[in-house]
Design a protein around this ligand. Sequence first.
Ligand code: IDP
Ligand code: MG
Length: 156
Amino acid sequence: METTLIILKPDAVQRGLIGRIISRFEDKGLQVVGTRLMKISPELAAKHYESHEGKPFYPGLVSFMTSSPVVVLALRGVGAIAICRKMMGATFGSNAEPGTIRGDFGVSNSFNLIHGSDSPEAAKHELGLFFSSEDLLDWDRAGEGWIYDLSGDEPE
Ligand code: IDP
Ligand code: MG
């Protein structure tokens, strides 16, 4: 099982899309193991986006991410990182495919609704930035045996 870090960005929260976006992940079968409504500080935004420092869009990105509350989620599932990235769609709302979150809910390239970790290393790092270990809950889902085939050694 993988756990990934998702952020519903300020535009998603302001536009009242929290429930609809989380529903997509729940409908898919991903499990919410952590959640937080918060305002990101400039220091935290800088840490989270440190790989983009120096790029032309970086100052605007940090000011956008700190402008209004976000909802941070830890989502768990087999292959959760790649599944969530696929569900998010391409970075720019203007060319994200219909059927994806960015493709269905937005048109903007910078206000693109959602962040998702892009690798296991990034997920570990980003989960550590936003959650302490006691904020992530291991809990048994009643319907797990109908979401995954649990008859083998690994959920499939
Ligand atoms: P990702 O969010 O799909 O992983 P990244 O390339 O990692 O995309 O960029 C991080 C964030 O920076 C994007 O989600 C978007 O909000 C913003 N961003 C990236 N490129 C641009 C740009 O060219 N103009 C404006 N904002 C950008
Ligand atoms: Mg990225």
